[in-house]
Design a protein around this ligand. Structure first.
Ligand SMILES: Cc1cc2nc3c(=O)[nH]c(=O)nc-3n(C[C@H](O)[C@H](O)[C@H](O)COP(=O)(O)O)c2cc1C
Ligand code: SF4
Ligand code: SF4
Length: 261
């Protein structure tokens, strides 16, 4: 198959998923068309057909699933027996059913998922876990994964000649639930620059008071903490330090990317 157009659909609040899918797309090689669905659904349905297009989907793992907003966005992406690669990025605990959820959704939407990978990114709620990841070794593995995908595509006469990998995960998937770890701002540090207001995927921070958070909307994605230029936003909840220490002790043993063909 001669793939010229690589569409990359990703949700990535703290940018680790974006880093991984970009590395994979670059290694496959071609005309890369990005669809960032972190802050908004695609403007219209995306349909990828013809012999020359493929799709890479990347989403982070939230409590063993993909974020609800990512699942909503994926409903708008359709293939016509189009080759696809499923990618999840998780914070070194586990990815549970997230990769399977992506694969099932893609295959249900007319794609043929011929490769899948689970990669590791810094844990955005407990950032001492997987700190600095994806690192150089992760990026090498992402690039090697992309090259293998490119080879499989080049060797296949058509989509039906591609494999159909089993990926780890169970059905029914884990029940999705929210994590009550909402960041807020420190008024002493906040300059009201509005970066967090603009970039919050859930619209949970208001212009009138960027140091507070609408906890009914917040998805605990960690983006406001990462993008605040003044270190104002953080999780200041009582009990957070203890929870972070316990989580870090339990889940710091380094995990490595897993790929499926
Ligand atoms: C609400 C929430 C739930 C999470 N659940 C998990 C999980 O079940 N397993 C895990 O290993 N990491 C979990 N993480 C960590 C993220 O998967 C990880 O930080 C990922 O790299 C974030 O991707 P991003 O940088 O593209 O946003 C969770 C993060 C959030 C915000
Ligand atoms: S307020 Fe919540 S949803 Fe918005 S960026 Fe911060 S963590 Fe994410
Ligand atoms: S990004 Fe930081 S400094 Fe800017 S408005 Fe938000 S909390 Fe304040």
């Amino acid at each position: 198959m001669n793939i010229t157009d690589i569409h990359v659909v990703y949700f990535s609040a703290t940018y680790t998923t974006r880093t991984i899918v970009r590395e994979i797309a670059k290694a496959i090689g071609g005309n890369i068309i990005e669809h960032d669905v972190t802050n908004a659904l695609p403007e219209s349905e995306i349909t990828l057909g013809g012999d020359n297009s493929m799709l890479i989907v990347g989403a982070p793992v939230y409590v063993g699933r993909i974020p609800e907003a990512a699942a909503e966005a994926l409903k708008m992406v359709h293939g016509i027996n189009t080759p696809a690669v499923a990618v999840c990025v998780y914070g070194n605990r586990d990815y549970d059913d997230a990769l399977l959820e992506i694969k099932d959704t893609l295959n249900g939407n007319g794609f043929h998922t011929f490769a899948a990978g689970a990669f590791i990114g810094r844990h955005c709620i407990f950032p001492k876990v997987a700190e600095g990841r994806p690192d150089a070794s992760d990026l090498e593995k992402a690039a090697a994964f992309g090259k293998r995908c490119a080879q499989l595509l080049a060797d296949a006469a058509g989509t039906d000649a591609l494999g159909n990998p089993e990926v780890k995960g169970n059905r029914p998937y884990r029940e999705a639930h929210k994590v009550p770890m909402c960041p807020t701002g420190d008024k002493e540090k906040c300059t009201k620059c509005m970066t967090c207001v603009r970039l919050c995927p859930a619209g949970a921070i208001s212009e009138s008071d960027p140091c507070s958070t609408d906890t009914s909307k917040c998805i605990a994605c960690g983006r406001c903490v990462v993008v605040c230029p003044h270190g104002s936003r953080a999780i200041y909840l009582p009990g957070y330090a203890d929870a972070a220490a316990k989580f870090t002790a339990a889940f710091s043993a380094r995990r490595e990317p897993e790929t499926f063909f």
